[in-house]
Design a protein around this ligand. Sequence first.
Ligand code: ATP
Ligand code: MG
Length: 442
Amino acid sequence: MSADHPRRAAERLNGVRGMNDVLPVDEALWQRFEDAVADAMRAYGYRRIRTPIVEHTRLFVRSIGEVTDIVEKEMYSFVDALNGENLTLRPENTAGVVRATIEHNLLYEGPQRLWYAGPMFRHERPQKGRYRQFHQVGAEALGFAGPDADAEVILLCQRLWDELGIVNARLELNSLGQSDERRAHREALIAYFEANADRLDADAARRLHGNPLRILDTKNPAMQSLVEGAPRLSEFLGGESRAHFERLQGLLRAQNLPYRINPRLVRGLDYYNLTVFEWVADVGGAPLTICGGGRYDPLIAMLGGRDAPACGFALGVERVLAMLREQDEADAAETHCNVYVVHHGDATLDAALTAAERLRDAGVDVILHCGGGSFKSQFRKADASGAQLALILGVDELARGEASLKWLRSGTQEEAASASRQESVTLERIVERVLEAMTDED
Ligand code: ATP
Ligand code: MG
């Protein structure tokens, strides 16, 4: 007996927690999204930039700021075993885009409108709409100081929602003013929270002296009333900051773009000034931020470039896709192929492959049945593929130089009438007949 040594199946390897595979069933949806993004970016004159996924850790520490969630606990940082460099998988792409802009002197030619798309990495607790590898699309308007650029990136977002058919995205706006205005507000905040120290949770107590502004962003319901009563930054804004914010609002109103001022909107990253905004939408019945952005005038100089203003946004692709999925589930999942080739296995494979290749030459999308099986099981697969037609190659028919075409789909009444239709066709006429049948259907 070999009971001590049972044959064991090889250990199954799974993907890393919080890092998702995008399966073919979702591809149509991703493609639709990516096409809409490319169109919207082009419509505003933004050009794509692609920066590496890995950057020096200090790029993010310096730009995002030491006392932020991202740098404190969400970064995938590691030491390169070969040369000892401290590296990090990018948690966002603004720092990388600004680094590349400085490194390649792009602003020398004048202001730049840039956009990016790709995977980002944050070590967070995975949950709906929150992953460890996720994707962002973003735009950066570099070298523009005025509220016209702020309005432009916001309008760009709105156009993207329109193009995607997203109707329930709401814009929230706030102004963070300039650093001296925030400093005065910060002192007032610390004084207020110190006076209410017994009502702070552990997170808030820890942030009190490092980044008290982040306390306003708390998700703890027990702290809401305390936060409501805190001194507001708007009371500390100077004339120029107010004028910038007023002008932006005027521009948005003139374009009939509704917004809500949210005085508690602060954003997680430290490099923002003046305008901040978020697009919030309901996903699965709960409000979720799908996009965040604003102005970050200090960043370029902070990263060693010549002082230049900038603004932009980043949207969470998975969250936008979750909304789209909710809006039209069926549409997105539909497979697309015109012809499914059913055949008799080895004896007919050459003829089946030849027919499939000729059809593809003519621009027809074809799935060739692989792996044998009865005609019945092959027809089941043909039906499930969403193809309009099955091309059938049987041994006897083939000997006569013929094949059959079977109409599969029965969506409309007319199609239902012809659903059981089947006809013989000579091998030479297959392409011609398939093309005819496809134009009939349209
Ligand atoms: P949150 O407060 O939800 O953590 P954030 O302020 O960290 O968001 P940003 O850094 O502004 O988010 O990123 C912009 C957008 O990217 C977010 O609005 C969201 O849609 C998306 N996003 C951020 N983190 C994740 C994540 N872990 N998984 C999926 N999407 C994310
Ligand atoms: Mg976050």
